[in-house]
Design a protein around this ligand. Sequence first.
Ligand code: GLA
Length: 739
Amino acid sequence: MSAMITVSENLTFSLTNKKFSYVFRVSPERLIEHLYYGGTLQNPEQVSIHHLRTQRETSSVFEGHQHLNLSGMPQEFPSFGTSDYRFPALHGRNADGNTIFSLQYKKHKIVKEKPRLKKLPSARGGDSETLVITLEDTLHKLEVELFYTIYADYGVLVRSAKFKNKSKVEIQLQHAFSSALDLPPAEYEILHLHGTWAREFNAERVAMPKGRFVIDSARGTSSAAHNPFIAVMQKGTTEDYGRVYGTTLIYSGNFALSLETGEFEDVRLLAGINPFNFHWRLKPGKKFCTPEALHVYADKGLRSMTHLWHDFIREKISPPKFKNMPRPTYLNTWEAAYFDVDENKVLHLADRAVDVGVDMLVLDDGWFEGRRDDTSSLGDWRADKARFPSGIPALAAKVKAKGLKFGIWFEPEMVNPDSQLFKDHPDWAIQVPGRKSSLGRNQLTLDLSRDEVIDYLYGQIDDILSCGDIDYVKWDMNRNMTEVGSGALSRNRQREVSHRYMLGLYNLLERLTTQYPDVLFENCASGGNRFDLGMLSYMPQGWISDMCDPIGRLDIINGASYLYPLDVTAAYIGPSPNHQNGRVSSIQTRFLAGVFCAARGISLNETDIDAHKDELVQFMALAKSTAQDMVGGRFDRLMKNENEVCWQYTSRDEQTVYVAYFHILSAPNLPFRRALLIGLDPEGYYTPVDGGVSYGGDMLMQNGLPLPYVTTSHVSDKVRYMDKGDFSSHLFTFRKTAS
Ligand code: GLA
């Protein structure tokens, strides 16, 4: 394999594979000057210096270098105050009490084995090369190592930064971004995913403003308000047209993705820990590692960006053990019984699960000591004696004796003031002295920056998992943080708490997932309040939203799919009328909205299960027979407007193609729609599994698949109709055939 990273004699660095080139150089002033990020270049070292050193009226001149003004120079890791006025990647306080750092190139090395971050999750290596550039501020003896990993087969560039205090005095970090990317002036648009509880992942497109546009979190979780993802796109980008720069982070806490159009219209992207409310004291000799930022460049629109992300996340982020592993269907007790669970009820639901062909029974909230509603008991992870007299291991064994798997819910990071744990350790909650703590769902957050809290939680969870009969854990987290402070840290380290919390959480997850490699963990935070690549590094799948109404969930899945492969998502058939928005919908539409999610299931009470038994049997059989296909395949958004959504899913072996079509409100005389399918074999044939004519792959891609028609009167055998009325849905399944 030829080298992906090359370094010219005059220190121009090129990272090039078959998907992209990324080029920067050491400038004559020993600054790291960004030159190019985009499609693959044959001769990257020939890239022109797009920053023209010329007289800019009234601008400051960097350290006496004629015609060099850093406000107009694209840089790899900008600091503040030496003629660049934009938001910087590094900002802090030095021994003199001022905030001026000036970083210059010191040395570089190329390593074949991608370094893993010590206390943070990081992308796995493989066929890759990593360039490490060392910069230094010679006055204050701060060293910054910039890490760049490029892979032979992926379009993702992984970046992070490591700060080392080589001086004899403390340095304080305020901006410690993972990555900076200065893009050339152009007309850009931004795509990002915003939301709230049960309405996560709304895709918003906005024109790039002059000034700053920031999505961030200061809540202690990456949050549903802004998923840590942003795409900077050529104006007018569509699913299959346009250049796109996408960015995300492997981090689950307070993050920021900041865009800034500077005075000369270059656009700066910064990705990393949110500098707001962050302050890290770096003692002499100490290091600080940032989380990893991931960048993709895609030149064929949002679809091509999505494919780059999906391939990478599956291979390099998700736990490898579960890669391409079909996920069990489950019956979750939450919307079946809420807190009203006991051993008998669980065993009855388990019988229903067997009746309708579900693989696993998941006991959600309500099983532990004293937990009858959401006002108490978080922290006391022992089975409630009155309702689960034989304990969880015995219950798990009984459920398994019915031929099912068994899963259980935990919310380990939390404590209710009304709990034994809080009585024993009131200082273990995140709080600040002298102020009343604001509760969220009647609970406080435990201080995961403390080792003793991590050990306690490990012990409590291990007590249950060690019985060996637990196949699955739903790991929940149901509040944002307030009054953030830790009794275990000194006064001048209080602004380190949020990040130290994340380090504690990752440590706990690392220990548990190493000890229990076969347990399938599902990430949840009131649905999608912490759905990010940090959590998904440990957990193969996530509960993406509490919105179980199918129409509500369509938008959520559609938005999430820009970044996340559906391998990491879960969905179930919930009750109708829906408990989140009151909508009435069919079992079919409730199932099909989540049909391409890897994990599927049911959360219905016994009466509902009995009333819809035949349909549930049918759909759970379909979930089972398609479980292998719903991991590792290709997901394509074919159509989305106010009233319709159409998705394609192609199995990994490309032998089966699924198309799901949703029609929201019925109306007369609607257009006849077609969906142009993607990525088929133009010479192959595709035959519907339920009979009917085969289509040529070229026909389905060029002329399109006629979608079912919505009308109240079915008059022709030649037309495929949707169910009458609102919220109808249809699933096509084609197998590739010889003719
Ligand atoms: C959160 C989750 C739900 C359920 C409840 C239990 O809201 O998102 O799925 O587990 O907690 O309290």
